[in-house]
Design a protein around this ligand. Structure first.
Ligand SMILES: [Fe+2]
Length: 343
């Protein structure tokens, strides 16, 4: 198969309070509004190569409206569409809009809307945002968290291995790692990539029965110093830190999780390995090996299992309220030391 996709280009998320969410991305994250169209606001990080990487759209609930990947060539776009339709999924072509060329939009087998395009406008900032460096699309900012660019999206699906298999076989994603429970042969997490990063697409097990949910969106900073300062900036700005900073065993990325005003989870990453191996075989990690928390000395909060839009019924933060699968997932990942009798 030719290389079909090159990287994640942008995400569109929904929020019930557009103003509050946009204020968060501008003031806390330090991203910049570049365009507005009706109920959608387009935002960029200083290092994003295209005009924007995040579209925030007014909606009833927090969620993922679509995720957009750039293909590797015009031919790769045609081939990707051919493969999607051969798999039995029918999407639609959309005219060029919002600074990228015509795009093919489809809903994947687990309910996630994905858009693929080749043509896109490369960003060159003017005036006060212009960088000294020819390769930089706009100048570095030190405002807020100041991520360099969008890093990945982690969605939720009812069958992690089925999800990974479809995206590998249809679109050529490499599957980089799985996590399966220590106690039972249940795969609860997988990471996939289109390039040398450990992942630009993650998937967590979703027992809610709601298709197309998202667990978090993630941005990138270059160094661990910036990552720690970002945690400090967020705390000082009144944003609670949900989990981290620490390091994932899988991908070896430094992580930090927090929530934007809609409740949607946002992650900030740095570090991690690069992996170019074309025939990489994913290991099946166990939580007790530190798949989630490399140091295995802290418990993942139960709230981390919440995906968006929220599942109908009792909130996941209410003790004992979760359906079996999510509960099992939370318990299994929370404290591997306790389970090994070392806690
Ligand atoms: Fe993540």
């Amino acid at each position: 198969m030719i290389q079909l996709l090159s990287h994640l280009a942008h995400l569109e998320i929904t929020t019930p309070d557009l103003d509050a969410s946009v204020r968060f991305y501008e003031e806390q994250m330090g991203m910049r509004e570049v365009e507005r169209d009706g109920d959608s606001v387009f935002l960029r990080c200083w290092g994003d190569y295209y005009t924007y990487s995040l579209v925030v759209t007014r909606g009833e609930q927090p969620g993922l409206a679509h995720m957009a990947w750039r293909t590797s060539s015009p031919e790769a776009l045609e081939e990707a569409v051919r493969r999607i339709e051969a798999s039995g999924v029918q999407g639609e072509w959309r005219d060029a809009q919002h600074r990228h060329g015509r795009a093919y939009r489809f809903t994947g087998p687990y309910g996630h809307v994905m858009e693929l395009f080749w043509e896109v406008e490369k960003h060159r900032a003017e005036g006060q945002h212009r960088s000294q460096y020819p390769d930089r699309p706009s100048r570095r900012t030190n405002h807020g968290v100041a991520p360099r660019f969008l890093d990945h999206v982690t969605v939720a699906a009812s069958d992690v291995r089925g999800f990974a298999k479809w995206y590998r076989e249809t679109l050529g994603f490499r599957i980089m790692a799985y996590t399966s429970l220590d106690e039972a042969p249940v795969t609860v997490f997988a990471v996939l990539t289109t390039n040398e990063k450990s992942h630009d697409l993650g998937v967590v097990l979703d027992g809610s029965g709601v298709p197309g949910r998202v667990n978090h969106i993630a941005f990138w900073v270059d160094t661990r110093e910036e990552h720690l300062v970002a945690a400090d900036v967020l705390l000082e700005g009144g944003t609670a830190i949900e989990y981290g900073p620490s390091i994932h065993g899988i991908g070896e990325q430094t992580y930090l999780y927090f929530r934007e005003p809609s409740g949607l989870r946002v992650e900030l990453n740095t570090g991690g390995y690069r992996n170019y191996v074309p025939d990489w075989e994913p290991h099946d990690w166990k939580p007790s090996q530190g798949s989630n928390s490399l140091y295995r000395n802290s418990s993942m909060p139960h709230s981390m299992t919440e995906s968006f839009p929220p599942a109908p019924g009792p909130s996941a933060t209410e003790e004992g309220a979760l359906p079996g699968t999510e509960d099992d997932l939370a318990a299994a990942i929370q404290n591997p030391y306790a389970r090994q009798g070392r806690g």
